[in-house]
Design a protein. Structure first.
Length: 254
């Protein structure tokens, strides 16, 4: 009796012959597809370029120029603007028009592409339907759920969940951390300043060094990070009207 045909699951581990063959040839970036050729001489057909959908790329900018937050508005950012231009300069990538309307929360993408560059925080990447009708699936510049590791507040919450499940394994590598929302300074329900004060006082009583890192959130890119030793300095840093109030959240990390 002949074996029943394997049904395609359209997943990375699909066992059907077509997907196995595709994944065997897939090494990070899909190979450009061969274009058809009617050359009777038998010359090799040219290849189609890989396709790139870079959301809100400013097509009117001078390639290679310094990124300008105003002129290049669209939130693709300096890194992925440079990535787009570097790939196009190779000659084997073609950029397709892709737009994201932030006010209407509407994204317009081409029907297929090899890579999708979403805007800030992965906005515009349709994770729930990414790759439907495209195989191999396109590359993207953000992992789904990246916030649990890459956003400071959510990283603290992720570490706390891990500590609750595996305290012995993570206790030495997960720093004691507290969250504070400057815009909601009077809301004790969302701020952990009182809990921090208690831990700071206990450390001081025990003779601990009490060295703390204060890290603003909100895409600060490493700016305005402070290392402080005294409670007075920390509370002064968190007081209304300071630089940290430009950010939605600040993390204390021991």
């Amino acid at each position: 009796m002949a074996d029943a045909p394997v049904k395609c699951k359209m997943t990375m581990d699909c066992p059907c012959p077509d997907c196995v063959a595709s994944m065997a040839a897939f090494s990070g970036i899909p190979e450009p597809a061969a274009a058809s050729s009617s050359d009777p001489s038998g010359a090799s057909a040219p290849t189609k370029p890989w396709t790139l959908a870079a959301l809100n790329y400013n097509a009117g900018r001078t390639v290679g120029s310094t990124y300008n937050e105003v002129a290049d508005a669209g939130k693709l950012g300096s890194v992925y603007t440079a990535t787009t231009e570097a790939l196009e300069a190779r000659g084997d990538w073609a950029r397709l028009k892709a737009t994201r309307d932030f006010d209407a929360k509407e994204t317009k993408l081409p029907t297929s592409f090899s890579m999708l560059l979403g805007t800030a925080q992965g906005a515009g990447i349709p994770f729930s339907r990414l790759g439907y009708g495209m195989w191999p699936p396109p590359l993207v510049n953000y992992y789904r759920g990246f916030q649990c590791l890459c956003r400071k507040r959510q990283l603290v919450e992720t570490l706390r969940e891990g500590l609750a499940e595996r305290p012995q394994e993570l206790a030495e590598v997960a720093p004691e951390s507290f969250l504070f929302w400057p815009a909601k300074a009077d809301n004790a329900a969302v701020n952990e300043l009182e809990q921090f004060r208690a831990v700071f006082a206990a450390g001081a009583a025990a003779g601990a060094k009490n060295v703390w890192i204060l890290k603003p959130s909100g895409g600060a890119k490493g700016e305005r990070i402070e290392v402080m030793r005294t409670l007075e300095d920390i509370e002064r840093f968190m007081a209304p009207g300071t630089e940290v109030h430009k950010d939605p959240c600040c993390e204390f990390m021991k």
